[in-house]
Design a binder for this molecule. Structure first.
Ligand SMILES: NC(=O)c1ccc[n+]([C@@H]2O[C@H](COP(=O)([O-])OP(=O)(O)OC[C@H]3O[C@@H](n4cnc5c(N)ncnc54)[C@H](OP(=O)(O)O)[C@@H]3O)[C@@H](O)[C@H]2O)c1
Length: 333
């Protein structure tokens, strides 16, 4: 018999303004309108989910709410021609998990324009080890590949033990780049080396000399996930004509920098926005992630959690204490 209810991690505001999270049974009939009803098999935890789950109104305006900007699963109902019942699909970004009930519920209903057929070469689980974090890494890699060949020298990845950065380290290494992993966690060194990083750079080293207008050129390209003075230093220490991709703000949303790296070294600073990535480019990046850029998925790269154990990971990601990716497995049926 078709399910009428689904389990979900629900964030809600209590009377004293404190946000709490609990697991609830919700009616499928209560999901928003959309052409596709999807039974979610896997989701994943991204930094934005932790913001949504803790009441950040810049991400989610109305509560109670089911977070989860990522979902991978099987279509149970389709009222459009492009997708059929039984198709395996990925849904990431758009409004999923922001103001639309998201992947931390075992069912979602979404517009067909948000869904992408699972590319051959990836399982649903692998697609969520990648998730929005890894997809964003893929978008940054796309720019580096287009502009910088591996012979040009080291590529720096910052916040290297995080979800986005670990996938970036793995893809770049797979493509033959010499990767320097900048991290604040000595305990992440083993994983980063396993993923292919050649050099480990401490957070202190990444921050050194931030009062100077330019630093000795070192990086051929950069994938930055932290912002602030680490991003400023990365720009200032890039080689002439280097590419710096700005993906995140785990340290700070500020960027205190002058124009010298741009007008004296021709550095390009490229913003990466996964949420508004057009579907044709999105499809291309997923296709590459499933084929030429496909990484190994060592077990130390990710943890599988259920809704019960997801809760503690939300607190850890907010404190910058997670290493690698967290994949949510739903217990449907
Ligand atoms: N542009 C986009 O479309 C897009 C998509 C996805 C994510 N993001 C953003 O990218 C960033 C990373 O996301 P994620 O999911 O990979 O998060 P994550 O798993 O929490 O990784 C963030 C990493 O940043 C480092 N970090 C944390 N706090 C720091 C601090 N105070 N100073 C310096 N480094 C710090 C830590 O790495 P180390 O300990 O190894 O240094 C941490 O593991 C977030 O800001 C997120 O919002 C953007």
């Amino acid at each position: 018999m078709k399910a009428k209810f689904f389990r979900a991690l629900v964030a809600e505001q209590s009377e004293n303004e404190i946000f709490k999270r609990s697991i609830k049974e919700l009616p499928i009939a209560g999901l928003p309108p959309g052409e596709l009803l999807i039974r979610v098999e896997y989701s994943s935890l991204n930094y934005k989910d932790a913001l949504s789950a803790t009441g950040n109104k810049g991400v989610t305006k109305n509560y109670p709410h089911v977070p989860g900007i990522d979902a991978a699963g099987v279509i149970e109902e389709s009222s459009c021609n492009q997708f059929q019942k039984g198709d395996r699909v990925i849904v990431t970004s758009y409004d999923l998990g922001m103001n639309t009930s998201g992947g931390f519920g075992s069912y979602i209903r979404v517009p067909s324009a948000w869904a992408l057929k699972l590319p051959a070469g990836l399982t649903l689980k692998e697609s969520m080890i990648i998730g929005t974090a890894g997809f964003t890494a893929g978008m940054a890699v796309f720019h580096i590949l287009k502009n910088i060949s591996p012979e040009k020298g080291e590529v720096l990845v910052t916040g290297a033990s995080g979800g986005l950065a670990t996938i970036a380290v793995a893809i770049l290494s797979r493509l033959g780049y010499s990767v320097a992993a900048g991290t604040g966690k000595t305990e992440a060194e083993q994983l980063l080396k396993l993923l292919g990083a050649r050099t480990i750079i401490s957070r202190e080293e990444l921050l050194a000399g931030n009062d100077r207008p330019l630093l000795k050129p070192r990086w051929s390209a950069v994938i930055d996930t932290v912002g602030g003075d680490i991003l400023a230093n990365a720009v200032k220490s890039s080689q002439p004509l280097g590419i710096v991709t700005s993906c995140g703000n785990a340290l700070s949303a500020s960027l205190n920098i002058n124009v010298f790296p741009f007008i004296l070294r021709g550095i390009s600073l490229i913003g990466i926005d996964s949420q508004n990535c057009p579907m044709n480019h999105r499809r291309h990046i997923w296709q590459m992630l499933a084929t030429d850029w496909k990484i190994l998925f060592p077990e130390s790269l990710y943890k599988i959690v259920d809704l019960e154990t997801l809760d503690e990971k939300i607190d850890l990601i907010l404190k910058g204490k997670l290493t690698g990716r967290v994949v949510v497995k739903h217990q449907n049926n």
